[in-house]
Design a protein. Structure first.
Length: 153
C-alpha cells in the first residue's frame, strides 16, 4: 500500500504542511505569475538575441555576446525556479536573481566606465537601458517578491 499525498510525512504535522503549502503557492500565484511571465519573456528575448549574436558576429564583440548568453541562462533558470515555487526552487531563485542583480550592476557600471569594451549592447549593459531599465528593476522586484511571499527558511 502506498501512502497518499494527503498523509503527513514522518515528523511533520498537518499544520506545518499547510503553512508551507500555502506559502509556497503564493510565490508563483497572483503577482508572482506576472513575475514568472516577465522572466519568461526576458529568457526568450535574451536567448534569441545571444544565439543571433554568437552565431553571426561573435568576433565583433565576444565579451558582450557571452554576457548576453549568460543573461539568457540566468533568466531561464530564474523563470523555471519561480514557476516551480517549491522550497528548493525558491532558494535557487533567490541565488539566481541575486546573481542577476550583481550582473546588472557590474556590467552596467563596466559598460559606462569602459564603453569601448562593449562594441554592441547586452541586456545588462548600461543598466539595461536598451530594455527600458527593466533588467535593473526586475531583480529588485523579484527579490522583494520572494522575501514577501516565499516560505520562511
Amino acid at each position: 500500500m502506498t501512502p497518499s499525498d494527503n498523509d503527513p510525512a514522518p515528523n511533520e504535522t498537518k499544520d506545518a504542511r499547510d503553512v508551507t503549502s500555502r506559502n509556497t503557492r503564493t510565490v508563483n500565484s497572483g503577482p508572482g505569475r506576472m513575475l514568472v511571465a516577465v522572466y519568461g519573456l526576458f529568457a526568450l528575448a535574451a536567448t534569441g538575441r545571444s544565439i543571433m549574436q554568437l552565431s553571426q558576429s561573435f568576433s565583433k564583440a565576444p565579451a558582450a555576446y557571452l554576457l548576453s548568453a549568460l543573461a539568457a541562462i540566468v533568466y531561464i533558470v530564474a523563470t523555471v525556479a519561480l514557476a516551480r515555487g517549491d522550497r528548493t526552487s525558491v532558494r535557487l531563485a533567490r541565488a539566481t536573481i541575486g546573481f542577476e542583480l550583481a550582473g546588472v550592476l557590474i556590467v552596467g557600471l563596466w559598460s559606462v566606465l569602459q564603453p569601448d569594451a562593449f562594441h554592441d549592447k547586452t541586456v545588462w549593459s548600461h543598466f539595461g537601458q536598451g530594455y527600458g531599465f527593466v533588467p535593473l528593476l526586475l531583480p529588485i522586484i523579484g527579490l522583494l517578491w520572494l522575501r514577501r511571499s516565499a516560505p520562511t527558511r
